[in-house]
Design a binder for this molecule. Structure first.
Ligand SMILES: NC(=O)c1ccc[n+]([C@@H]2O[C@H](COP(=O)([O-])OP(=O)(O)OC[C@H]3O[C@@H](n4cnc5c(N)ncnc54)[C@H](O)[C@@H]3O)[C@@H](O)[C@H]2O)c1
Length: 324
């Protein structure tokens, strides 16, 4: 299949890598031409590394690299394009404007997919001449490793399109789940239980960030804790998702954003990308404090202080799980 990926940032380059590895030809465009060059170099490096580690044959990696076609402009004419995956700035007006342009220059049969994390698919489509062509296709970072994508039909998406797109995604090696066009879709909505709750625990000073992360890893069995995750995603990005989901659900108290995030964002404490978030990064970062040795049951090594409702709920959950 010939796919055009627009937006060559973190997500666009991951999506491009995933698609060329799966055998598709990928045109890659961005408003900044330099971003395309950087992304092409990045994808080549990733493919090389995969070949070096034996996860991909050398010839396969070279073929995949050759299937990546840099574009001078994201709205260049593209006769054979069957699917567009948009991964530009998270802004309704920017996305709508781009899709209107792509509607004009690409074949009428091309499917238009948006990788938005939090904007309603239906609203992006509402700005188009043919809203039935548009659908959500939401990947997770890093795309090649996070092997799932949400397929999100909007209110006017052509019937049957979600199944067709899910089939393409599965044939390309990722799981596909079709979900409703609700705020945060499925996975980011579910993530509020972790992220919003963790910030509420911090507001209540129930436990230091290291302890909350440790509970998430040792008790819930997650690969990383909520604060480690926010530092990876970037608090600037996460705080927008938190706000949009809260607004989308009509200011539900359950999803109320923490008062801690706007100031941290303004201070540049975004996480890994700025060198400091809930933790510090880079050569000057302090060594992580040694965690108390765990003997026997790991769940007994964590303590939750604080008297607020979130701290109480967490203590109860730990007790129910057999922790001291
Ligand atoms: N970062 C994540 O973890 C993540 C996960 C899932 C979905 N998303 C979504 O993916 C999209 C992209 O996010 P990202 O993290 O890759 O951002 P990013 O800032 O790394 O990349 C965005 C790219 O889009 C380009 N761009 C901006 N406006 C453009 C336009 N009008 N036309 C063409 N190119 C344009 C920028 O030059 C930049 O290279 C957003 O909608 C975001 O919400 C992000």
């Amino acid at each position: 299949m010939r796919i055009r990926v627009v937006g060559a940032g973190v997500m666009g380059r991951g999506i491009a890598q995933w698609a060329v590895t799966a055998g598709h030809t990928v045109e890659l465009g961005d408003a900044r031409r330099e971003s395309v060059d950087e992304a092409v170099a990045f994808v080549r490096q990733m493919l090389d590394r995969a070949a070096g580690k034996g996860r991909l044959g050398r010839a396969e990696a070279d073929d995949a690299a050759r299937r990546l076609v840099p574009l001078d402009a994201p709205d260049a004419p593209g006769d054979g394009v069957e699917l567009v995956i948009e991964a530009v700035l998270e802004d309704l007006a920017v996305k709508t404007e781009l899709f209107r342009r792509l509607e004009e220059v690409l074949p009428a049969t091309a499917v238009l997919a948006t990788n938005t994390s939090s904007l309603p698919v239906t609203r992006i489509a509402a700005g188009l001449r043919e809203p039935e062509r548009l659908i959500g296709l939401h990947f997770f970072n890093p795309v090649p490793l996070m092997k799932v994508a949400e397929v999100i039909p909007g209110a006017r998406t052509r019937p049957g399109l979600a199944e067709e797109l899910a089939k393409t995604v599965r044939a390309s090696g990722h799981a596909a789940v079709t979900v409703a066009d609700t705020p945060g879709f499925l996975i980011n909505h579910a993530g509020r239980g972790l992220v919003t709750e963790a910030l509420a625990l911090l507001e209540e000073r129930a436990a230091p960030v290291e302890a909350v992360d440790r509970i998430a890893r040792d008790v819930l069995g997650l690969r990383m804790g909520p604060f480690e995750l926010m530092d990876l995603t970037g608090l600037d990005v996460t705080s927008k998702v938190i706000d949009t989901i809260w607004e989308g659900f009509r200011y539900s108290e359950r999803l109320r954003p923490s008062f801690l995030t706007p100031n941290r964002v303004a201070a540049g404490l975004h996480g890994r990308k700025t060198g400091e978030g809930f933790y510090r990064y880079g050569p000057d970062a302090p060594e992580p404090a040694p965690e108390p040795p765990v003997t026997g049951d790991a769940r007994r090594a964590v303590r939750v202080a604080g008297t607020g409702p979130h701290a109480r709920a967490l203590r109860e959950a730990l007790a129910a799980n057999g922790a001291a």
